[in-house]
Design a protein around this ligand. Structure first.
Ligand code: SF4
Ligand code: SF4
Length: 374
């Protein structure tokens, strides 16, 4: 099982698609959901409690999460010293990576770091100076011998040219990544669709960009024999080519990947913090292997591509923050993604048959924080 540990509700950045949206969203009604807005800012359960909980699953994977988890370096050290997990991971904005000693950083199996592409774009979304500090820290941890997987985690919206930014992250003079994932800022806030240009952008920029990027991805396999870990493509290609079973929600939210709030209550995914109707018990009393499972409802449950999409996002499906029409626009991007990979399947199959790339090149640790469907 996978668990996000929410170490703090605080963050040291004020990104446009997160803090900015919260401000715009402030007066929005959050439906009939019963939300606890008074969660403790820091972890209020004991590491012993968590250690006992984790002992029940020898395969457990823990991901430090926030807010910004590196605001809690002492909690990270304490947790890693006290709790036995198969892997530790962290999802961070990267600004404070230099505050954690290499003996801890180097124990992370995976670090997901938020970066949106080139300096100009990253700083536009995340604030001036963010890119430079993050890149400096990434160079530092590599110098200090971090050998785990480093995933660039992009948040994507209207100012992003997906082809330009994803290819830049894979190969540039500042810091090149071998793993890239992206997530659309879509369906998470209440009133942003009306004031945004999502429909036009997804049709004229994002979906054509996905087609171009998928062609580039396979061109690189042909040219260099390399399968770049572009997670959305990797997950879909794996399903279309190899692991053909119908998939459940690909992020694992609510069925294999849960989150532990600062107060120890377990929720299906970190975005559902405080939503009391979805509390699944407490780390002090639950067995990680026996948690209740939740699955997406309509429109996903009746969708003809549910088998390959998996439902995109449990939070969006439950909260329905975007209208039916707006939700349908997001689904068009999912179809666009599947179509982009599907169009390349014959070429990939040929490359596998010719042994220029292998089935193993498409393998990845599922539920590692990459949701696959952006
Ligand atoms: S394409 Fe849309 S409706 Fe269909 S399963 Fe995915 S998110 Fe749900
Ligand atoms: S895709 Fe949705 S349900 Fe899954 S982890 Fe992200 S916010 Fe949670």
């Amino acid at each position: 099982m996978f668990f996000h540990l929410v170490l703090t509700t605080e963050c040291n950045l004020q990104c446009k698609y997160c803090f900015g949206e919260t401000m715009e969203d402030f007066d929005e009604d959050f439906g009939d959901f019963n939300v606890d807005y008074s969660l403790s800012k820091r972890v209020s359960y004991s590491w012993k409690t968590l250690a006992d909980f984790c002992r029940l699953d020898p395969e457990i994977v823990l991901t430090f999460y926030g807010g910004e988890p590196l605001l809690c370096t002492s909690e990270i050290r304490q947790c890693m010293d006290a709790v036995k997990a198969k892997h530790f991971m962290i999802q961070t904005n990267g600004l404070l990576l230099d505050r954690l000693e290499p003996e801890y950083v180097n124990r992370f199996h995976t670090i997901l770091v938020s970066i949106d592409g080139e300096e100009e774009l990253t700083d536009y979304y995340r604030g001036k100076g963010t890119f430079r500090k993050v890149v400096d820290n990434l160079r530092l941890i590599r110098k200090n011998r971090f050998r785990g997987e480093l995933i660039a985690r992009m948040t994507v919206m209207e100012q992003t040219d997906i082809f330009k930014q994803a290819t830049w992250l894979l190969d540039n003079k500042e810091f090149s990544f071998s793993s890239v994932h992206w997530q659309l800022n879509a369906g998470f806030w209440g009133n942003d669709y009306a004031r945004r240009n999502f429909r036009q952008w997804s049709k004229s920029s994002y979906i054509p960009g996905l087609n171009r990027l998928a062609r580039f991805w396979v061109d690189e396999m042909e040219r260099k024999g390399v399968v770049h870990k572009l997670y959305p493509f990797l997950g879909i290609a794996d399903s279309l080519l190899f692991d053909k079973k119908p998939c459940l929600l690909r992020c694992g939210g609510g069925w294999v990947n849960y989150a532990v709030q600062t107060d120890g209550y377990i929720i299906p995914c970190p975005t559902m913090w405080g939503m009391k109707d979805y509390y699944l018990g407490h780390v002090a009393t639950e067995d990680p292997l026996k948690l209740k499972k939740l699955f997406v409802a309509e429109p996903c449950s009746k969708c003809e591509i549910l088998n390959v999409c998996g439902g995109r996002c449990l939070y969006a499906n439950i909260t329905r923050r975007w209208s039916k029409e707006a939700y349908a626009e997001v689904c068009k991007t999912v179809r666009g993604l599947v179509n982009a990979v599907e169009a390349e399947v014959p070429r990939i199959r040929r490359l596998v048959d010719e042994k220029r790339v292998s089935k193993q090149d498409f393998e990845f640790l599922k539920y590692n924080g990459c949701e696959i469907i952006p």
